[in-house]
Design a binder for this molecule. Structure first.
Ligand code: ATP
Length: 348
């Protein structure tokens, strides 16, 4: 278990990379730190690893306060974006290196390296050097090296970002299976929301050194706590439409919708609907967003339809075969919506 309390980090020059982080990551949990570039993900991971010193706050790993311990005494294994393999060592030597540092006898560390290499399908490659391996193979060697030391936790910094799109999907499934098998607490940094949703047990969405929302992929996807999270999560961006309340109804982009309780006329509101939760109607309805079909994007088994009306765009995903034609007039009917006031999700 990893517990962080009140972690703050200000870099020279005044960048507040971590701004009061409180977080508990459970034993065996696969935990993603997600957020846009510069939000502090890598700094947080490096602070857990001991490669950065926090300005204030505490870090404990398995009930042991490690705040002041050097990286080598925290028993965590960090896998970097560029894998940081030693170019002059072969695969076996790379995997066994941390064991050599710990003075594990030679025969034992070679046996251990061979064992881990087998689990990661690297047995054929033991004599090769990193330059003779593909990106995916290098990544597996870096993982094998991390696993060989039996760490309390794995810390991954964008572990899949150097792989091409197809290999990345394969490596994702592989990583998830491996983490389940090993059941080692894992924290990984990504700026790819699809990767975080697919891999993690829980996700922390960060912005400007703070955690904006922590939850399961389903929670973060279904109920984004703020409009920032809503716009960041989802492979097609959520429709976020300015709205106003009047007389118990909500008015947004030409539709009249039921308003949640407790709204005051004049509140600054946003009506949020995922394109996947919109239906298209060919006939007019008051509770739907009208528009002219201006763009059709093929998503494989479905199509993303953009409706345009008076400078406002609304998107809906429709099943294969149900697409309207360009220039058609249509109405997008929300099936499931969220309402935000001052950027924060209102409880339904
Ligand atoms: P990315 O996805 O681009 O790697 P990130 O979310 O991992 O971004 P960090 O690398 O943690 O972000 O950086 C957080 C903030 O701290 C950024 O504004 C960055 O410019 C700043 N920063 C990071 N390292 C240093 C440093 N050594 N000195 C000064 N500022 C730094």
């Amino acid at each position: 278990m990893i517990s962080l309390h009140g972690l703050t980090k200000v870099f020279p020059g005044g960048v507040r990379a971590l701004d009061g982080i409180d977080l508990t990551i459970g034993d065996g949990e696969f935990f993603a730190l997600l957020g846009p570039s510069g939000c502090g993900k890598t700094t947080l991971l490096r602070t857990i690893a001991g490669l950065e010193t926090a300005g204030s706050g505490t870090i404990s790993i398995n009930q042991r306060d490690v705040t002041c311990l050097p990286p080598g005494r925290r028993n965590v294994a960090m896998v970097f974006q560029d894998y940081a393999l030693f170019p002059h060592m072969d695969v076996t030597e790379n995997i066994a290196y941390p064991l050599r540092i710990r003075k594990v006898p030679r025969a034992e560390r070679l046996a251990k390296a061979a064992d881990v290499a087998r689990r990661l399908s690297l047995s054929e490659l033991l004599r090769r050097r990193p330059a003779q391996l593909s990106g995916g193979q290098q990544q597996r060697v870096a993982l094998a090296r991390a696993i060989a030391c039996h760490p309390t936790a794995f810390l991954f910094d964008e572990p899949l970002s150097n792989l091409d799109a197809r290999l990345r999907l394969e490596a994702r499934t592989f990583l998830k299976r491996l983490q389940r098998e090993l059941a080692v607490t894992t924290v990984f940094v990504t700026h790819d929301q699809a990767e975080a949703l697919a891999l993690a047990d829980r996700i922390a969405v960060m912005s400007r050194g703070r955690m904006i929302q922590v939850g399961t992929p389903a929670e973060v996807f279904q109920r984004p706590a703020t409009t920032f999270v809503a716009s960041f999560i989802g492979s097609t961006p959520m429709n976020l439409l300015p709205a106003r309340a009047a007389g118990g109804s909500l008015y947004a982009a030409g539709a009249v919708l039921p308003a949640p309780a407790g709204l005051t006329d004049g509140d600054d509101l946003v009506y949020g609907v995922r394109p996947e939760y919109m239906d298209l109607s060919p006939t007019e309805r008051p509770d739907a967003f009208p528009g002219t079909v201006s763009v059709l994007e093929n998503l494989g088994t479905s199509t993303l339809v953009t409706l345009e009306e008076g400078g406002t765009f609304v998107q809906a995903v429709v099943d294969e075969g149900d697409e309207p034609r360009l220039g058609d007039h249509a109405w997008a009917v929300p099936r499931r919506a969220l309402v935000y006031r001052d950027g924060e999700l209102l409880a339904p």
